[in-house]
Design a protein around this ligand. Structure first.
Ligand code: MN
Length: 413
């Protein structure tokens, strides 16, 4: 597929994340109030103000939940109408009035997160982490090749890119400690993930094909993780406080419609899947992903590059499996893919893996070394699907690490 041209000139640049082919959905604040917007080149279309066939009822509340709830026919009609309005010069005079410079806007949460589930579905990540936590012979749990494993996270912890993240305190017990202690996390980490946004509700089981149609779009997702807290708490019910500090998402929802040309199949199965989990077609996407780290006041270094096609399970398979119990899914549910790691050492989506449990430091452009995150570090995720002469970009998902808060006396004990 080729670049679709817009009368917004900046949208036709091969470098922009936001050509007419993309049209991602966000919520922005400019001039004091929050509004729904569509990114086009270096502008944002104030979509609730345009009229011209765009139903204002969909844009009453600054969150994309109402559009999602309206269903796939409305999703397609909205995208078609936006494409018309931003490509046909006849609409330019009326629509141009409602463009806002991205530079002058502050991005807010694009939707209300109903519930949040995070998975563990990249083969290389599971192998790497399992090797470090349990040794190479027990690296992959026996269920891993059959079940997209996940845990129920906290919707309250999901924040938009740009929100600072405070280093957590927690209960931990390192290899040298004889007893557990309460301390600030010394192994604070990132996880490079893609978040799938459920746009339609379900009651009862849904098939992989139905699940695929329920997904409205995707965001970049950083599942901030406290490795020392995690190592002590995770058996037998999985991560708890180690993953509850914050989960950052990028501010633009890149729709499944925009990603359609980039579909790609999951890798070869190492064990046949049960019939309900088999995919009727390609359900991953070819999306290049990277992680960059900038020390406070310093320049950033790209520390990892990988691709979403590394996933062993697609979001559609994860969503299907999520409903097997009869668990109802809601509009605005967020599903984290799990950390996305490739085979190469520089394609690992967490510092835990990049530094191999802190053994081999990552060297930054400045010469500084990182085993885990330090206070003041800014972490930025980026993602892009590459067409022939255009790109579908996600924008950035950033967050700066703030020092742990002072410990209250009752906790210092
Ligand atoms: Mn995760």
């Amino acid at each position: 597929m080729a670049l679709m041209r817009s009368w917004v000139e900046s949208a036709n640049s091969p470098e922009t994340d936001f050509p007419l082919n993309n049209l991602p959905y966000g919520v922005f604040e400019a001039g004091g109030h929050a509004r729904m917007g569509v990114a086009i080149g270096d502008r944002i279309l104030d979509v609730g103000a345009v009229g011209h066939g765009l139903d204002p009822a969909l844009f009453a509340e600054p969150a994309w939940n109402a559009v999602m709830a309206a269903g796939p026919e409305v999703w397609a009609a909205l995208r078609a109408r936006l494409t018309e309005l931003l490509s046909d010069p006849a609409h330019r005079a009326a629509v141009e009035l409602h463009l806002v410079a991205q530079d002058s806007a502050r991005m807010l949460m694009p939707f209300r997160v109903s519930e949040y589930t995070d998975f563990y579905a990249s083969r290389h990540h599971a192998q790497n982490v399992g090797t470090m936590f349990r040794g190479p012979e027990n690296a992959l749990p026996p269920n891993w090749l059959s079940i997209p494993i996940g845990y129920n996270g906290r919707a309250s912890s999901v924040v938009v890119s740009g929100t600072p993240v405070t280093r957590p305190w927690g209960q931990l017990k390192g290899p040298e400690d004889t007893l557990p202690r309460f301390g600030s996390c010394a192994r604070f980490d990132l996880e490079l993930e893609l978040g799938a946004i459920v746009g339609q509700p379900s009651e009862g089981m849904v098939s992989v094909a139905e699940a695929d149609r329920m997904i409205f779009g995707y965001v970049l997702l950083n599942d901030w993780s406290a490795r020392d807290i995690q190592a002590w708490e995770y058996l037998p019910l999985g991560p708890f406080q180690a993953k509850a500090t914050a989960t950052s998402i990028s501010p633009w929802i890149v729709t499944a419609a925009a990603l359609e040309p980039f579909r790609t199949p999951t890798p070869k199965r190492e064990r046949p899947l049960l019939p309900y989990l088999r995919e009727p077609g390609p359900m991953l996407y070819d999306i290049d992903l990277e992680v960059a780290l900038a020390p406070e006041g310093g320049t950033e270094t790209v520390i990892a590059c990988t691709n979403y096609r590394e996933m062993y399970y697609s979001a559609a398979q994860q969503l299907c499996h999520h409903t097997t119990s009869g668990c109802p899914m809601r509009v605005g549910d967020l599903l984290g893919s799990g950390t996305i790691s490739g085979a190469a050492p520089d394609s690992r989506g967490s510092l835990l893996e990049l530094s191999w449990g802190g053994k081999t430091p990552v060297v930054l452009a400045s010469g500084e070394e990182r085993r885990f995150l330090e206070d003041g570090d800014t972490l930025t995720l980026r993602g892009v699907a590459r067409g022939e002469d255009y790109r579908i970009g996600f924008g950035a998902c950033s967050g700066q690490v703030r020092p742990a808060v002072d410990l209250p006396d009752w906790a210092a004990g």
